[in-house]
Design a protein around this ligand. Structure first.
Ligand code: DGJ
Length: 713
C-alpha cells in the first residue's frame, strides 16, 4: 500500500470496491474531487494529471479572477459563492475562514488531511475513505485553536455530483406512510431535506439521490448520500450557476448548540455516499456494508409474533399464553410482549418512565409468561421506550428536572408524553440500571426500543440550551453500554414505526420497524424505499389480521404474507382462535419464509422498473446468481388486459433458468380466462430474455400476489 505522508501532490487516485475517487490537490487551498463514481482502472500518471487539468474551469466575465472550484469544504475564501461548507463565528469575528493544508496522508483508498486557518484560529481535519463496497465515507473535525468560544452553526460534508445528474429522488412520509418517493428536476439553486424532530422522522429521506433523468432501479447513473446520525440533519443537493453540482450532508445544529471552548473539537457524524448504474447497484453497496459489520446478526432471523395489534394494552396471562401457543403452532420463533407491561401503563396516557413490572397485571412478574414462551421453544422479547416519560408517572413526579425543555414550560405534549434528557448523567444512569436489571432478572432475548414522539424545544441545563446533539450521543452511549453488558440481546429500532432509521442507530441495533402500517399495499412502497438503505433481514415485516388496523382495508392472507415474506418476518394478529384452514395457510407461509430465508437474507434485493405502475415485481437473487425468488403483485387493475410481460432483474444474462410459480395455492384463471401456459409446468428461459422480455404476467385480481421462483435450468 502506497503512503504519501505530508506530501502535496497535484492529483490523487483512490480506488476500491469498483469506485474511483480522483482528487485535485493544488499547492494552495483545499483539494477538490474531480471524479467520484465508476472505477477508472489503472490510470497512468499522465492521464490522471490530464483528467485534473481537464476539470479546471476558465475565468469568465463578471466572475472572480481565480476560477472557483468545488473543494472538500467550499468557502468564500476560495471564491465559492454557493452554500459554504462551514458556518460559525466568534460573536461575528472569524466568519470567513480560509484553510491551508498542513498535512495530507493518503493511501490507495483514503486520505486524511489537516488544514489550518491561523487568523480564524481554526483547525480542520477531513477524512475520506473508500470501502470494499465502493462507498465513500467522509468525516470532518473542526477544532477551536483560539482562546475564546467559537459558535459552530454548520459543518457539511461535500460530495460532487456529475453534471448529468438532472433528477432528484428523495422520500417523504408520515406516521403510517413512511418513505413515500418524490422526484423533481435538479435545477440551479438548493434543495434541502431537513429533520428538526430530534430523530430522523417519518418524513426523513434515507437517501438523497440525484441521477441521469429517468434513472430507475435497473439503470441510469445515480449518486446518493446518507448521514449516519439519529438526530437533526440537513441533506441538500445544489447546482450553482458556475456549473457545480453537489450534495451536502450535515448535522442540523440549534442556535448555540455547539459552542467550542478553546481546544475543543466537533466531529461531524459520518456521511456516506454511494453511486450505481441504477438504484439497485447503489443500494447494494449500503446493504453489503451493513452485512459486513461484525455485529450484523449471524443467526437466522427468528419469525416473530408481536402482541401489539393482537391485544394492545389488554395484558392477561391466559390470553397471552393462548396467543403464544398459537404462535408456536404456526412456527413463530420469537414472542414480543409489546407496550403495557409496566407500572401504571393501562393505556397510553401514563406510566412511561416507570420501568418496573406492573404488579396488578403481572402479580408474579414476567416469569410466568416468559417460562411459557420459552417452554414452547420461542425467544422472549420485551417492548421499552426508554427516552420517554409520561407526566403521569412516578418518574416525572420525582424528577421533573430530567425532562427536556427550553426553560420553565414543558414542550407541547405528543402522545401525552415528554422526553427525558439523556445527557443528564442521573437520568441515563436510571435508565441503564432499570434496563440492565430487567435483562439480568429475566430471560429476555430482544428489546423493541420505541420512540414515539418528535422532540420539540429539546433543551437541557440552566439556562437551557439546545440538547439534541448531546442526547443522540448519550443514547448511543446507553445502547453501547447495554450491548456490552448483554451482548446476546438483540435490539429493534422502532419509532412510531420508521421514524428512526439511519446507519447511526443501525450500528447499535439489529433491525428496524419500517412502519406501524402493516397494510400490504402501503407496505409495498414503504418496504421498497426503506430497502434503498436497509437490507431485508434488518427490516421488520409482519402479517396483519385480515382487516388492516391502519387503513381499514381487507386483504387475502397470500398478499399480507407475500409482501412480508422477504423481510424479518413476523405476525401481528390475534391468531389464538383462527379457523383451522386459516391457521394451516398461515403455517404454510411461515414455512415458505423459513424455506427461502437463507436466500432472502443473504441475496441481492432487486426491483423491476416496469412501465405499468399497476404491476410490482421485486425479488432477491442469490449471491451466485443461480436462483432467485420474486413476488409479482397486481397492485391495481392492469392497464392492459391481459397485463403483458414482467421482466426479472438481477439474473445472469449468460445462463438459462427455470421459471415457475412457487405458491401452489395460487388461483390463476377465472371466468373467461385460460390457464397461463408457462405456469403449468414452469418454463426454461435465457437470463437475458428474462431481463429484457420477461414472461407474461398472470391475470390477477387487483391487490393480489404470486411468488415466482427462478432456479437453474
Ligand atoms: C409504536 C410502535 O410502532 C407500535 O408497534 C407499538 O409498539 C406502539 N408504539 C406501542 O405503544
Amino acid at each position: 500500500m502506497q503512503r504519501r505522508s505530508g506530501l502535496r501532490t497535484s492529483e490523487l487516485h483512490l480506488r476500491l470496491g469498483g469506485t474511483s475517487l480522483v482528487l485535485d490537490t493544488p499547492e494552495s487551498g483545499l483539494p477538490s474531487i474531480v471524479h467520484w463514481g465508476p472505477d477508472l482502472g489503472d490510470v497512468t500518471e499522465e492521464a490522471l494529471a490530464g483528467l485534473v487539468t481537464a476539470s479546471r474551469p476558465q475565468r469568465v466575465s463578471g466572475g472572480v479572477d481565480e476560477p472557483t472550484r468545488l473543494t472538500l469544504l467550499p468557502l468564500q475564501a476560495d471564491g465559492w459563492q454557493g452554500t459554504p461548507g462551514l458556518v460559525g463565528s466568534r460573536a461575528g469575528a472569524g466568519f470567513a475562514p480560509s484553510f491551508q493544508v498542513t498535512d495530507l496522508t493518503a493511501d490507495d483508498a483514503g486520505l486524511v488531511l489537516t488544514a489550518d486557518d491561523a487568523e480564524a484560529a481554526l483547525r480542520l481535519r477531513i477524512e475520506l475513505r473508500l470501502d470494499e463496497h465502493g462507498l465513500l465515507h467522509q468525516t470532518l473535525r473542526l477544532t477551536n485553536s483560539g482562546d475564546d468560544v467559537y459558535d459552530l452553526h454548520e459543518l457539511a460534508a461535500t460530495f460532487p455530483l456529475p453534471h448529468t445528474a438532472g433528477e432528484v429522488l428523495d422520500t417523504t412520509g408520515r406516521h403510517l406512510r413512511e418513505r413515500t418517493p418524490q422526484r423533481h428536476a435538479m435545477t440551479v439553486g438548493r434543495y434541502d431535506r431537513e429533520s428538526r424532530r430530534g430523530r430522523p422522522g417519518a418524513d426523513a429521506t434515507l437517501l438523497l439521490a440525484a441521477g441521469t433523468p429517468g434513472f430507475g432501479f435497473e439503470r441510469g447513473l445515480v449518486h446518493a448520500v446518507h448521514l449516519a446520525w439519529s438526530g437533526n440533519h440537513r441533506v441538500s443537493v445544489e447546482r450553482t450557476i458556475t456549473g457545480s453540482s453537489l450534495a451536502r450532508v450535515a448535522e442540523l445544529l440549534g442556535a448555540g448548540e455547539i459552542r467550542l471552548v478553546p481546544g475543543e473539537s466537533y466531529d461531524s457524524p459520518e456521511a456516506i455516499g454511494s453511486w450505481g448504474d441504477g438504484l439497485t447497484e447503489l443500494s447494494g453497496r449500503y446493504h453489503r456494508l451493513l452485512r459486513s459489520r461484525p455485529q450484523h446478526p449471524a443467526s437466522e432471523r427468528p419469525v416473530t409474533l408481536n402482541t401489539w395489534e393482537a391485544v394492545y394494552f389488554d395484558h392477561d396471562l391466559a390470553r397471552l399464553s393462548a396467543l403464544a401457543d398459537a404462535g408456536a403452532r404456526v412456527g413463530a420463533e420469537r414472542f414480543v410482549l409489546d407496550d403495557g407491561w409496566f407500572r401504571g401503563r393501562r393505556d397510553d396516557t401514563s406510566g412511561l418512565g416507570d420501568w418496573y413490572v406492573d404488579d396488578d397485571v403481572w402479580p408474579d412478574g414476567l416469569t410466568p409468561i416468559i417460562d411459557h414462551v420459552t417452554g414452547l421453544g420461542m425467544q422472549f422479547g420485551l417492548w421499552v421506550e426508554p427516552e420517554m416519560v409520561n407526566p403521569d408517572s412516578d418518574l416525572a413526579r420525582a424528577h421533573p428536572d430530567w425532562i427536556l425543555s427550553a426553560g420553565s414550560r414543558l414542550p407541547v405534549s405528543a402522545r401525552q408524553q415528554q422526553v427525558l434528557d439523556l445527557s443528564n448523567p442521573a437520568a441515563s444512569a436510571y435508565l441503564l440500571e432499570r434496563l440492565d436489571a430487567l435483562l439480568t432478572e429475566y430471560d429476555i432475548a430482544y428489546l423493541k426500543w420505541d420512540h414515539n414522539r418528535d422532540l420539540l424545544e429539546a433543551g437541557a441545563g440552566s439556562p437551557a440550551h439546545p440538547a439534541v446533539h448531546e442526547n443522540v450521543v448519550a443514547l448511543y452511549r446507553l445502547l453501547d453500554e447495554l450491548r456490552s453488558r448483554h451482548p446476546f440481546v438483540e435490539i429493534e429500532s422502532c419509532a412510531s414505526g420508521g421514524a428512526r432509521v439511519d446507519l447511526g442507530i443501525l450500528d447499535r441495533t439489529d433491525r428496524i420497524w419500517a412502519s406501524d402500517c402493516i397494510d400490504p399495499i402501503e407496505r409495498l412502497t414503504i418496504q421498497r424505499y426503506t430497502n434503498l438503505l436497509v437490507p431485508y433481514e434488518l427490516m421488520g415485516a409482519h402479517v396483519s389480521g385480515p382487516r388492516s388496523h391502519s387503513t381499514g382495508r381487507r386483504h387475502d392472507l397470500s398478499l399480507r404474507a407475500g409482501v412480508a415474506l422477504p423481510g424479518h418476518f413476523g405476525i401481528e394478529w390475534d391468531i389464538s382462535a383462527l379457523d383451522p384452514e386459516v391457521e394451516a395457510e398461515l403455517t404454510a407461509w411461515v414455512a415458505a419464509h423459513k424455506g427461502h430465508r437463507e436466500l432472502l437474507h443473504h441475496g441481492t434485493a432487486v426491483h423491476a422498473d416496469l412501465p405499468d405502475a399497476s404491476m410490482d415485481l421485486r425479488g432477491v437473487v442469490s449471491p451466485g446468481r443461480d436462483r432467485a425468488l420474486y413476488t409479482f403483485t397486481q397492485v391495481t387493475a392492469s392497464a392492459s388486459y391481459p397485463p403483458g410481460p414482467v421482466t426479472f432483474p438481477g439474473l445472469d444474462d449468460e445462463r438459462s433458468y427455470r421459471v415457475a410459480l412457487a405458491d401452489p395455492t395460487a388461483t390463476l384463471g377465472g371466468p373467461g380466462q385460460s390457464a397461463l401456459p408457462w405456469t403449468l409446468d414452469g418454463v426454461v428461459v435465457p437470463g437475458r430474455a428474462l431481463r429484457l422480455g420477461g414472461v407474461q404476467a398472470p391475470v390477477l385480481f387487483p391487490e393480489s400476489l404470486v411468488l415466482i421462483e427462478v432456479t437453474p435450468a
